[in-house]
Design a protein around this ligand. Structure first.
Ligand SMILES: Nc1ncnc2c1ncn2[C@@H]1O[C@H](COP(=O)(O)OP(=O)(O)OP(=O)(O)O)[C@@H](O)[C@H]1O
Ligand SMILES: [Mg+2]
Length: 283
């Protein structure tokens, strides 16, 4: 990909052949029609392959197209050009093999934590009693065993995120799409949630696309950090493997010198795009 910085990711990319990739975006462009009929090309020529079990973080300036890419992988947006493949098959409509964790709270305020999680099994036709039993077990795994009967407004921001995590994971999706899921939380709670996510992921590795503004969080969690350019027509400008040992404690790993080296390397790529975004996008 011309003009892009690859870090030393050729090996990672080469391993992701079409059949092996859980998610593959191949030369994907997405455009929106604005009022008056004008077209806005948000992302252009995006190549991104995520292997089964691989944790990929996507960073980029605000408005660069991170959510747009997740929406394309979920089947919520149709590419104007290029194709999306899920486990080697063209994505027909919605991506039924993916779970999506949105940035905004998506819990139903009229349902308890238990019912918010149990309801995720409804489309699979699981009986209510069994769904509630499995939901109780999941709430236990995310540390909310004693909060099952609380309504969302009775939970803290971090607790609501735990419920949302359980709601996504109970369906056992093969692909996790996560859009700044811990964005509104304070730094300490973000780290606790990050460690919880890594623990759960380590038990049952899924392909993850994790969007975040926070480069430290991206490096601490992921196997690979992909950097998007400023929009319009944003593209992938960096693809950096994260060769840090697992299991990781994401509060501790930030103190390692290898972490700092990686941060500097990736930030030198991201910084340029962040400045461009604030200057109004590329010329
Ligand atoms: N429905 C839409 N109609 C028109 N433009 C849109 C639409 N959705 C997104 N865009 C534009 O596409 C670009 C990418 O948006 P996107 O939400 O993917 O950015 P992002 O990288 O997720 O930003 P942030 O970090 O702020 O969440 C933005 O310029 C946005 O204004
Ligand atoms: Mg977004």
């Amino acid at each position: 990909m011309e003009g892009s910085r690859q870090g030393s990711s050729e090996a990672a990319s080469a391993a992701a052949t079409p059949l092996q990739a859980a998610v593959r975006l191949d030369a994907v462009s997405i455009a929106f029609t604005l009022k008056g009929g004008k077209r806005y090309v948000a992302v252009e020529g995006i190549d991104l392959a995520v292997r089964p079990g691989e944790f990929v973080a996507v960073v980029g300036p605000t408005g660069s197209g991170k959510s747009t890419i997740l929406n394309a992988a979920a089947g919520l947006l149709k590419p104007a050009a290029g194709r999306v493949e899920i486990f080697g098959q063209p994505l027909p409509r919605l991506n039924a093999r993916a779970g999506y964790l949105f940035q905004a709270d998506a819990l139903m305020p009229w349902k308890t934590a238990l019912d918010n999680v149990a309801v995720a099994l409804e489309p699979q036709g699981v009986r209510r009693a069994e769904a509630r039993e499995r939901a109780r077990a999941w709430l236990g795994r995310v540390g909310l065993a004693t909060f099952t009967d609380r309504y969302p407004h009775m939970l803290s921001g971090g607790q609501r995120k735990r419920v949302a995590l359980a709601q996504m994971l109970i369906r056992d999706p093969e692909i996790l799409l996560m859009d700044e899921p811990f964005g509104p939380l304070d730094a300490q709670t973000r780290q606790i949630m990050g460690n919880l996510l890594l623990d759960l992921w380590a038990q049952n590795r899924k392909a993850v696309i994790f969007v975040t503004h926070d480069l430290e969080e991206a490096i601490a969690l992921s196997d690979r950090v992909v950097v998007l350019s400023a929009g319009p027509a944003a593209r992938v400008v960096g693809d950096f493997p994260v060769p840090l040992d697992r299991p990781r404690d994401i509060s501790e790993i930030r103190l390692e010198s290898r972490f700092h080296d990686l941060y500097r390397e990736i930030w030198s790529c991201l910084r340029v795009e962040v400045s461009r975004a604030y200057a109004g996008g590329p010329a």
